[in-house]
Design a protein around this ligand. Structure first.
Ligand SMILES: [Zn+2]
Ligand SMILES: [Zn+2]
Length: 245
């Protein structure tokens, strides 16, 4: 599948989406040069629920069952969340560039890394529906696009198989979440995200993938997951490009 994508999208020479240096894409079969791919990789053991890096004490824990402290204490509506990169220099530059400078070309690189992660975790083949996290229409109008929706569309294009996209609705304009702590975020998002009655049947008994650009406290993807869970989704996977603190 990925060779196919490479044929479709890659010319002979490409400028890396991360550092803009010219490189041979056939060497990495990626929109990124090797150095940038290396920078974007999360190379640690992760929580099997939320994907946060965890310290494993080998003699006490079964690594495959391991959940981080937060996941042991809190309930998540999603089956599993995975992320592609730490929210540091390069990933941060890409997310800020996408959101605030309209660098929508980053979406193809982000979609590519997400597909690779989904293959790695044996999730990709199960997905039947993609659901981008919604932003309020006034914000979409001001920005011109919803970045999660662009990434979801790019994933659909790259996969070339019949996957539905279902849009949730954000019907309350909320404050920028990054200024709030976890409890305040939860309260702020309560009832702010809904699924239209006529869209529910598209979710029922389906394996769903929620797509967002960044995971910080997980409140946004968890709120979307709750809506999808209540609409009868069989399993809910979430993927984000980067994970921050
Ligand atoms: Zn590069
Ligand atoms: Zn966790």
């Amino acid at each position: 599948m990925l060779e196919h994508v490479a044929d479709l999208f890659f010319p002979e020479k490409l400028n890396c989406l991360g550092c803009d240096a010219e490189y041979d894409p056939q060497m990495t079969e990626s929109f990124f040069c090797n150095a940038c791919l290396e920078q974007l990789k999360i190379d640690t053991t992760r929580c099997q629920k939320c994907d946060r890096p965890v310290e494993i004490i080998y003699d006490q824990l079964d690594i495959y069952q391991y959940k981080c402290k937060t996941c042991q204490e809190q309930f998540h509506y999603y089956t599993r969340h995975i992320s592609c990169a730490h929210y540091d220099t390069l990933a941060k530059k890409m997310i800020l560039g996408l959101k605030y400078k309209g660098k929508t070309e980053y979406c193809k690189g982000i979609a590519e890394l997400m597909i690779k992660r989904l293959i790695e975790e044996h999730i990709l083949d199960k997905i039947e529906v993609v659901v981008p996290t919604p932003i309020h229409w006034t914000r979409k109008w001001a920005r011109g696009f919803n970045q999660s929706e662009l990434i979801a569309k790019m994933i659909k294009t790259m996969l070339e198989r019949d996957i539905q996209m279902v849009q949730l609705k954000r019907h309350k304009r909320t404050k920028k979440l990054k200024q709030l702590d976890k409890e305040a975020r939860k309260l702020m998002l309560k009832d702010a995200i809904i699924i239209k009655q006529e869209e529910r049947h598209k979710i029922e008994n389906k394996v769903v993938l929620v797509i967002d650009d960044i995971y910080t406290t997980g409140t946004t993807v968890n709120t979307c997951s709750k809506v999808l869970y209540e609409a009868g989704a069989e399993a809910i996977y979430c993927i984000t490009f980067a994970m921050g603190q």
